[in-house]
Design a protein around this ligand. Structure first.
Ligand SMILES: [Zn+2]
Length: 531
């Protein structure tokens, strides 16, 4: 049997942006879109141009992504022509390869929410698809509330879907908008749809309100749908969308799907999945779900006992797939040897050549393990790992020493009678034999310390002048009075290179200071500053 192509559509940046507590910046969006495109996702939906300034800006210029970059928006409003609808016009102007419209497919919603007729709603669908096709865009259309609508009025829901297909849209997207449909219902209804619309034009968009969005996506594929829409880590409104971090490995590793379908994600990229999943959580400054299938830290951890001894004999006894295939690891078996090979792979990635028998590798591994138990996160802080590795291997010059710093936070009433908080940092440092002192005010203690630290580094100043801090994230690692603070700082150079550094301490200023120092020293190393 010929293998069929199954497509993946990611809406982390659009539907996922509806998650309570998630607020993507433009830089976040660019980074996540690149990560998803590099992973091999066929479609990346970036947002809703015209709906908010971030999304409008995201689509204002060509992002050159290796994916079908998709803009989301509404079909033309009822009672207007396609050429006389500012919302639609903005969407058609967006720098995107594809447009994903949303339209209602439940007659009840058409009457009550849209206050128009079923005919006018279908006319709006047809006009909008035609307008986007005329602009040369690939077109998708989300049939909102498709399944709930189908249960009440199958003829109307199907008429909407057929109109989309007849106008030449690439994909008719069947949405379980309220997320309450069950897998057997999805399979039956998608099967009915695929009798009138070829399955390779049918997509499933499932929400997770009965915790079956992943199962619903597979039910739709079994019934004939050939595109799955979802989000990374299942981000999304309420209980989230179908989780692509679970869907992708199942498609790649379970014979029922792997034998029948090709997807855009290579075996090699599948091994990056755990990293990609964790990178999104780091960006959102939230702890990854340890128990997430495939990618969670606990997904392949076995405690001692009968399982452990069986696993030692043959991992297949208690594992449904091999963890390495998704970039995860078996924790019981993290031997000295496996840990060493991880470290060697990391060193190779950052371009440090070292023999695999070098005793310093074992020492580096011990330091990393020890520091990770107290809260350092080297997977997220590539630059701090590189410095630690270089230091352990003895190759980071001692550019300068901070001999003392002092931060004063003062709240007082100013001349205008307003309460103000003023922060002043004073940093004393030695560059070679030269002692220097810098003072700076900031909008907070970390900002003041940063400004003072980078104000005058003597002969090294020219190497760090283009350094900017692009992100500062704080996480309290364990509650109560024993809390430890982890600070992650992301920096950027004039050439656009970004790096992340980490600091850990019970004192937030100390943790920030470590991360700031690592960032500056990393920049000096990368700029080839002389010792
Ligand atoms: Zn949705």
């Amino acid at each position: 049997m010929a293998r069929e192509r199954l497509y993946l559509f990611d809406t982390t940046l659009r539907d996922g942006a509806q998650t309570n507590g998630v607020d993507f910046t433009l830089a976040d969006k660019v980074k996540i879109a690149e990560m998803l495109a590099d992973l091999g996702i066929d479609y990346v939906e970036g947002g809703y141009p015209g709906a908010n300034p971030t999304d409008t800006e995201f689509f204002a210029k060509d992002r050159h992504l290796k994916t079908t970059f998709t803009a989301f928006g509404m079909t033309r409003r009822p009672g207007r022509s396609a050429s006389n609808d500012p919302g639609l016009a903005a969407l058609l102007e967006a720098k995107a390869d594809a447009i994903c419209f949303v339209a209602k497919a439940w007659d009840y919603h058409v009457r009550v929410a849209l206050e128009t007729t079923g005919e006018e709603n279908i006319a709006s669908i047809r006009d909008s698809v035609r307008a986007a096709m005329a602009k040369g865009r690939e077109v998708l259309l989300d049939c909102e509330h498709f399944f709930d609508g189908y249960k009440v009025n199958p003829a109307y829901a199907l008429a909407c879907a057929k109109a989309v297909h007849e106008e030449g849209a690439r994909w008719v997207v069947l949405c379980d908008t309220n997320g309450g449909t069950l897998p057997h219902e999805i399979e039956r209804i998608v099967g009915e749809v695929c009798k009138v619309i070829p399955g390779d034009h049918v997509a499933i968009h499932a929400h997770n309100d009965t915790e079956q969005a992943v199962a619903n996506s597979f039910a739709a594929v079994r019934a004939g749908a050939r595109q799955i829409q979802g989000t990374l880590n299942g981000l999304g409104e309420r209980c989230g969308n179908a989780n692509l971090a679970s869907i992708i490995p199942t498609l790649k590793l379970k014979p029922e799907f792997a034998d029948r379908f090709d997807i855009g994600i290579s075996d090699e990229n599948l091994r990056k999945l755990a990293h990609v999943s964790h990178a999104l959580d780091e960006l959102l400054n939230r702890a990854p779900d340890r128990h997430a299938p495939y990618v969670g830290d606990s997904a392949f951890v076995t405690k001692a006992g009968i399982h452990a001894s069986a696993i030692l004999k043959d991992p297949a006894t208690y594992e449904h797939v091999t963890p390495e295939k998704v970039g995860n690891k078996r924790q019981l078996l993290v031997s000295e040897q496996a840990g060493k090979s991880n470290i060697l792979a990391e060193l190779d990635r950052i371009g440090i050549k070292v023999s695999k028998d070098d005793p310093r590798i074992g020492r580096l591994l011990d330091i990393v393990k020890e520091r990770e138990t107290i809260g350092y996160a080297y997977e997220a802080a590539d630059a701090s790992f590189e410095l630690l590795a270089r230091r352990t291997l003895g190759t980071v010059p001692n550019y300068f020493d901070v001999t003392q710093f002092d931060i004063n936070v003062e709240q007082r009433t100013n001349a205008k009678g307003e309460r103000v908080t003023v922060t002043l940092a004073v940093v004393k440092l030695k560059v070679g034999d030269e002692s220097m002192i810098s003072a700076a005010e900031g909008n907070g203690p970390v900002n003041a310390l940063d400004v003072a630290l980078r104000k005058d580094l003597g002969k090294y100043q020219k190497f760090i002048e283009d350094l900017t801090l692009t992100d500062y994230r704080v996480r309290i690692l364990n509650g109560g009075t024993e809390a430890v603070t982890r600070v992650l700082i992301e920096s950027e150079g004039a050439d656009g290179e970004r790096w992340t550094t980490v600091g850990v301490s019970s004192n937030i200023i100390d943790a920030s200071f470590q991360a700031l120092m690592d960032s500056i020293i990393y920049k000096l190393v990368k700029s080839g500053a002389p010792a």
